[in-house]
Design a protein around this ligand. Structure first.
Ligand SMILES: Cc1cc2nc3c(=O)[nH]c(=O)nc-3n(C[C@H](O)[C@H](O)[C@H](O)COP(=O)(O)OP(=O)(O)OC[C@H]3O[C@@H](n4cnc5c(N)ncnc54)[C@H](O)[C@@H]3O)c2cc1C
Length: 379
């Protein structure tokens, strides 16, 4: 069926309306920029994860209205032992649709528009969609692992540096956030069960893209006496990619911003989305050119490379260890409260919640450039 043509002039075109894209838009609220956010689905229609995040991030972002359940402890099962890790901060599950709605409200300004369109590619500053071509001086790819706006040669799974994840969402209730590091399910990776008040999110992630996760996901759900229904799954990048390319900003999974080993990518998609939005805002305000903003954002992302590499090394080491008893020894070691607290505090510091308020402009009104001036600044 022929879709209505989408013809819009905008200053910022954000492709992807999930965590990264909406965080970018949030930072542009009140800037005076005409922001167009496009996604192939309606807002919040397709949940992309188990939706667990450090509670402090939900609080810092003002997203607690989407909250479902919190966990101070992580219960970790191996074939030989079940350990309880007492966390220095809690994880919370949230409702995806509600969180997207809240982010959209925070981003709301007269100049923000949200449209459904499927992005198929890009030529220069023109993005191709199934509803026609869209041009903008500032373009963000927040489209997830496919990195659709990159014109570099694509590496497809199973050869790409991607993990795979799949989960089911049966109705039910639970008290504990549980992990399974157990080769009987997956050779290198882990399984999980995250309760979210009236449903459970039970799934498997494999660090090795060639290993399928459907059968172990179904098996784990059945062992937990849950019907394997409400499937959702995706590829998960586990290596940092270039955050800027050919004049385009990449944020979230499209830039490989999901943390290796844990596959925690929501917090980092928000974090890098905010950083990207702040750079774009500086261009709108006339404080920087697009090139300067690209360089600064690229450097900001690169500055995290060492920590991402470190986590990738641990991911590889754990992948080699499973199924040995060494993993069990590590799980036992983390039952030590001090070690657990120290490690998780450092882990949180990779994308700390203090970043949410740290770089916010003093005035949300800003001194927006006129559209013509912006195009000049971007060139
Ligand atoms: C099974 C599973 C469970 C997970 N659980 C967690 C978890 O509990 N906690 C956590 O922190 N991380 C989790 N992750 C990782 C997390 O989901 C991602 O890192 C995170 O969603 C990245 O956010 P993003 O905004 O960059 O991309 P995405 O959330 O993938 O959003 C991309 C957006 O772009 C849109 N899009 C894609 N292609 C096109 C196109 N061609 N045209 C138009 N629109 C398009 C999509 O519809 C989507 O809205 C999980 C991943 C999986 C697979």
């Amino acid at each position: 069926m022929q879709r209505t043509r989408l013809q819009r002039d905008c200053d910022v075109l954000v492709c992807g309306a999930s965590f990264a894209g909406l965080a970018v838009a949030r930072e542009l609220a009140g800037s005076g920029a005409r922001v167009l956010v496009i996604d192939r689905y309606e807002l919040g229609e397709r949940q992309t994860s188990a939706c667990a995040i450090p509670t402090v991030w939900l609080q810092a972002m003002g997203l607690m209205d989407s909250w479902r359940q919190s966990f101070d402890e992580m219960v970790v099962h191996t074939p030989y032992h079940t350990g309880r890790w007492r966390l220095p901060w809690s994880f919370s599950t949230f409702d995806y649709r509600e969180l997207c709605g809240l982010l959209r409200e925070q981003a709301a300004c007269a100049e923000l528009e949200l449209e459904t369109a499927t992005v198929t590619g890009r030529r220069g500053d023109t993005v191709r969609t199934d509803r026609g071509e869209l041009s903008a001086p500032l373009i963000v790819d927040a489209l997830g692992w496919r990195r659709v706006l990159s014109n570099a040669s694509a590496i497809q799974p199973p050869n790409a540096r991607l993990s795979r994840g799949l989960e089911v969402h049966p109705a039910g209730a639970g008290e504990e956030m549980e992990l399974w590091i157990d080769h009987r399910y997956v050779r290198a990776g882990y399984g999980w069960s995250f309760p979210a008040r009236d449903e459970l999110r039970v799934g498997m992630g494999s660090f090795w893209p060639s290993h399928h996760v459907k059968e172990p996901t179904v098996r784990l759900a059945r062992e937990l006496r849950l019907p394997p229904e409400g499937y959702q799954g995706n590829w998960i990048p586990h290596q940092l990619r270039r955050a800027v390319e050919d004049g385009v900003f990449f944020a979230g999974d499209s830039a490989g911003h999901c943390l290796p080993l844990t596959a925690e990518g929501i917090r980092t998609a928000l974090y890098f989305g905010l950083a990207c939005g702040r750079e774009l805002r500086a261009v709108i305000d006339g404080g920087r050119t697009r090139e300067q903003a690209l360089a600064r954002y690229g450097a900001f992302s690169d500055a995290h490379a060492r920590k991402f590499r470190w986590m990738l090394n641990v991911q590889r080491a754990v992948g080699q260890m499973t199924p040995s008893r060494a993993v069990t020894a590590i799980v036992r070691a983390f039952e030590n409260r001090r070690l657990c607290a120290w490690t998780f505090e450092h882990y949180l510091a990779i994308a700390p919640p203090s970043f949410v308020s740290a770089g916010r402009p003093a005035s949300r009104r800003g001194s927006a450039l006129a559209a013509g001036q912006l195009a000049q600044a971007a060139s």
